[in-house]
Ligand binder design. Structure first.
Ligand code: 5GP
Ligand code: ZN
Length: 107
């Protein structure tokens, strides 16, 4: 069993408020939101950070990013949204399982 928090969330061992799920991806609400809508999109497969992604991950990265506008709209962010991928300690990353923050105010 992985010690990684987001691997546990992806496996359902730790509960989360799920926004979207398929075989490759999980999206769930951030436990400490910085905006009225704030969710995270993660690959189910563990990748430490964007800096650890390889050429083999290109399709998966594209899938994660392409989901952002669709899920943002479904969550009410009709007028736009912000995204962030914190990478490494210097980039403010606290959970070392790649994730895209999507956040904003419902329009
Ligand atoms: P980072 O700083 O690594 O980019 O962001 C990690 C994010 O994960 C933070 O916004 C934090 O609130 C969120 N987070 C940390 N632990 C949990 C948890 O157990 N559940 C959920 N849903 N979010 C979490
Ligand atoms: Zn992980």
């Amino acid at each position: 069993m992985s010690a990684c928090l987001f691997c546990k969330i992806a496996a359902g061992t730790i509960p989360s408020k799920i926004v979207y799920e398929d075989e490759d991806v999980l999206a769930f609400h951030d436990i400490n939101p910085i905006a009225p809508v704030h969710f995270l999109i993660i690959p189910k497969r563990h990748i430490d950070s964007l800096a650890h992604a390889t050429a083999d991950d290109e399709a998966l990265l594209g899938k994660l990013l392409a989901l952002a506008p669709r899920l943002a709209a479904e969550q009410g962010l009709k007028n736009g949204f912000k995204t962030a991928i914190n990478t490494g300690r210097g980039g403010g990353q606290e959970v070392f399982h790649l994730h895209i923050h999507v956040f904003g105010h419902p329009g």
